[in-house]
Design a protein. Structure first.
Length: 182
């Protein structure tokens, strides 16, 4: 599985270039219709060719990037995938209750986080040390709340609630709760 930050940087570049191409069409059109005098007229063939190119480019980008989302293949084939490690985590009274003080995972292991709530709806988010989010899910009482994940490289992660559960929910942070090792 690719690291989501790498995918994000690639998608930012691709979609920025695509947006610039779309803006060029609008700028070209705006320039041509606001020109005074006997200026050249936009030929419909050229205009619609550019619009057609942008449509084909946009659809191609979506098809090409469809499987770059790191978790998509695992989600689509989830019933056929067996987790290497399962962590049963419970949440009650604005506290995460972990099976161990630190959850240790090996790189590329498939990990199932099975989270249950005893009282309120909470969020379960995993964050890198730079505070960027790896993933998150809602934890609803009385429902199955689990997520299957694979870590492509070592690191240390914190768990935070990502759902509003009252003022005390803002303090629901477990620093350095998960360590991914080789």
């Amino acid at each position: 599985m690719a690291e989501s930050t790498d995918v994000l940087h690639g998608l930012i570049l691709v979609y920025t270039l695509y947006c610039l191409a779309i803006i060029s069409l609008m700028a070209w059109f705006g320039f041509k219709i606001s020109k005074k005098g006997e200026g050249t007229i936009i030929r419909p063939g050229l205009f619609y060719t550019w619009v057609g190119f942008l449509i084909v480019l946009g659809v191609s980008i979506h098809i090409f990037t469809y499987n770059t989302i790191p978790w998509a293949p695992m989600d689509l084939n989830r019933r056929d995938i067996k987790a290497d490690t399962v962590f049963d985590i419970s949440v009650a009274d604005h506290k995460f209750i972990l099976p161990d003080a630190k959850l240790v995972v090996k790189v590329n292991q498939k990990v199932l986080f099975n989270v249950t709530s005893q009282d309120l709806t909470y969020g379960f988010g995993l964050f890198r040390t730079d505070n960027s989010m790896v993933f998150q899910m809602q934890v609803v009482p009385g429902h199955v709340n689990d997520i299957l994940w694979q870590f492509p490289k070592p690191g240390i992660y914190s768990i935070r609630s990502t759902e509003y559960s009252g003022p005390a929910g803002a303090q629901m942070i477990v620093k350095d709760a998960i360590e991914v090792i080789y």
